[in-house]
Design a protein around this ligand. Structure first.
Ligand code: SF4
Length: 327
């Protein structure tokens, strides 16, 4: 399956007719302002309780902290006003360090956000937090487990307790199976280092209890992480299509700054701060417009992060984006 996909991708990349038609469609959708942001990524905190070997967090140069209520509530209200219906709590920290996490999920859902996703390492998900998350209205919880055996786990996620994390996950899954009403979907994520061996008994147990096992693969954080044992796909600078994230997703950091995307962990591209101006104003700003234009012209060379990006986001066909191509 992976080989077929890779073959198809290469075929499409190298097919001039497809390329022409695809770019025409992208330009048409982008120029007409049809594709609009539908997702807000919120970094509730950039504090973390581990230092995973595939995370470039040790290169963070910006201040560390937790988002204030004022910034959070402003972000949710302004996102809704822009028609954004999905919030991902992710970023460069462990969101469960934020003591208000459950209240914040409830606030987003009560305010009208239809999909709320949370990414966590589950190490701080004790029984009370697990029950709180299960009952909060959360739609999806992605748990980064990354290994299925204690020694390998400690090597990847120093300082975290493997047995504690797996017990937390199992408690949550059991809690969910015993309750009615809206339950979040649970995905357990394995990073996918090459030649990694997993304990299938644990994975089968998690599957049987209702979790889905996913393995998204590694990337280089747009050339900012060198921990190499993976096969990169083609880089944007070599040949990429415009990255749909620039049109569909907004990345908000804990201090209220709006950055380029999930890979811009040091906020190299700071488009503005919602403490000082509205989200709508920030998204209409000249800085973002210039980067979008350069993507549409496919001149990635001067764009520090995008040029070194593995172009994964540009591979998603624009016609799969919900609001693309509408009149
Ligand atoms: S191309 Fe890569 S670095 Fe640029 S906006 Fe998209 S995901 Fe971010």
């Amino acid at each position: 399956m992976a080989k077929t996909k890779a073959f198809l991708r290469e075929f499409l990349f190298n097919n001039p007719v497809y390329d022409y038609l695809y770019m025409s469609r992208i330009r048409k959708s982008a120029d007409a302002g049809i594709v609009k942001p539908d997702t807000l990524r919120i970094e509730l905190t950039n504090l973390c309780n581990t230092s995973c070997i595939m995370c470039p967090r040790d290169k963070l140069t910006r201040p560390q902290g937790i988002m204030s209520n004022e910034v959070f509530e402003r972000a949710v209200k302004q996102a809704l006003a822009l028609g954004i219906g999905k919030i991902l709590f992710s970023g460069f920290g462990e969101p469960l360090i934020d003591a208000n996490i459950v209240e914040r999920i409830k606030y987003a859902k009560k305010s009208g956000i239809s999909l709320v996703h949370l990414f966590s390492n589950a190490s701080l998900m004790g029984k009370k937090i697990a029950a709180g998350l299960a009952d909060s209205g959360l739609d999806l919880l992605v748990i980064s487990l990354d290994a299925t055996e204690e020694k390998r786990f400690s090597g990847i996620k120093p300082g975290l307790n493997f047995n504690g994390v797996t017990s937390n996950i199992i408690f949550l899954l059991d809690y969910l199976s015993g309750k009615n009403g809206h339950n979040p979907k649970i995905k357990v994520r394995l990073t996918g280092f090459e030649n990694e061996i997993y304990d299938m008994r644990l994975l089968d147990q998690l599957r049987e209890k209702g979790a889905q096992i996913v393995s998204p693969g590694l990337h280089s954080w747009s050339g900012q992480w060198e921990g190499a044992d993976f096969s990169p796909v083609r880089l944007m600078a070599e040949k990429g299509w415009p990255c749909y994230l620039l049109w569909t997703s907004v990345t908000l950091l804990w201090d209220g700054s709006v950055s380029l995307c999930c890979k811009d962990f040091n906020c190299i591209y700071n488009f503005g701060n919602i403490k000082n101006e509205g989200l709508a104003e920030i998204l209409q700003g000249a800085k973002l417009a210039d980067i979008r234009r350069r993507h549409l012209e496919r001149s990635f060379a001067g764009l520090k992060l995008c040029a070194s990006c593995e172009s994964v986001q540009s591979l998603l066909p624009w016609w799969r984006i919900k609001n693309a191509g509408q009149k």
